[in-house]
Design a protein around this ligand. Structure first.
Ligand code: MG
Length: 203
């Protein structure tokens, strides 16, 4: 006998669930202070305005989707398991501080110069490649036209442009230079709220 197919809200993209906009979030330098190949929970430092801003974004109806290049896995600096532990700790802190959680994490573990053979490749997911965005759109029924990306590197903004969405660059530490075509440059994460409201009222 055929088993009934269990359906959860949102589990049949495009059929029953309404599309939802997303904020695509780079991780290091956005949600946590970029310490360079961070993987140890002791390296997890969340800027003060991040939890409450994520909660505000969620209240506005955005899905929170992390898209993170984690070439440290291909390079042999740390493992998938380390990344999962780090993300669990991040979720616990966000939940503790502002009762909010990231909806899902997409990571790219590859790098063309990696030492882990199966991860040593030129892939479509490493930003500025857009595969993580389009995988999320497929899996979570995301309304790309109402979505945004926030990142701190020019390659994050390039990824947004290739995906056809506004790219907001955090430039406070001025580590990486500005992408010339970012939709907005912000100094702290919470400024995303005014960028979004400006764009919404302009539409
Ligand atoms: Mg970053």
């Amino acid at each position: 006998m055929q088993q009934p197919i269990k359906t959860e809200p949102g589990s049949t993209p495009g059929l029953t669930a309404a599309k939802r906009p997303a904020i695509f979030l780079d991780r290091d330098g956005v949600l946590n202070v970029d310490k360079g190949y961070a993987f140890s929970v002791s390296d997890l430092l969340i800027p003060a305005d991040v939890p409450s801003t994520l909660a505000a974004l969620k209240k506005l109806g955005f899905l929170l989707v992390v898209i993170s290049n984690q070439s440290g896995i291909a390079r042999g600096y740390y493992t998938f398991s380390d990344v999962h532990v780090f993300h669990d700790a991040l979720q616990m802190e966000l939940n503790r501080i502002a009762a909010v959680k990231v909806d899902t994490f997409f990571i790219c573990p590859h790098h063309p110069d990696g030492i882990i053979e199966e991860l040593r490749q030129t892939c479509q997911c490493r930003k500025p490649g857009t595969k993580m965005i389009f995988d999320a759109v497929r899996d979570f029924n995301i309304d790309l036209e109402k979505s945004y990306l926030v990142g701190d590197k020019p390659t994050d903004i390039e990824c947004a442009i290739r995906a056809g969405i506004p790219g907001i660059q955090i430039v406070a530490e001025a580590k990486y230079g500005r992408h010339p075509n970012a939709t907005a440059y912000i100094n702290t994460f919470s400024e995303i709220l005014s960028v979004i409201s400006i764009k919404s009222s302009a539409n």
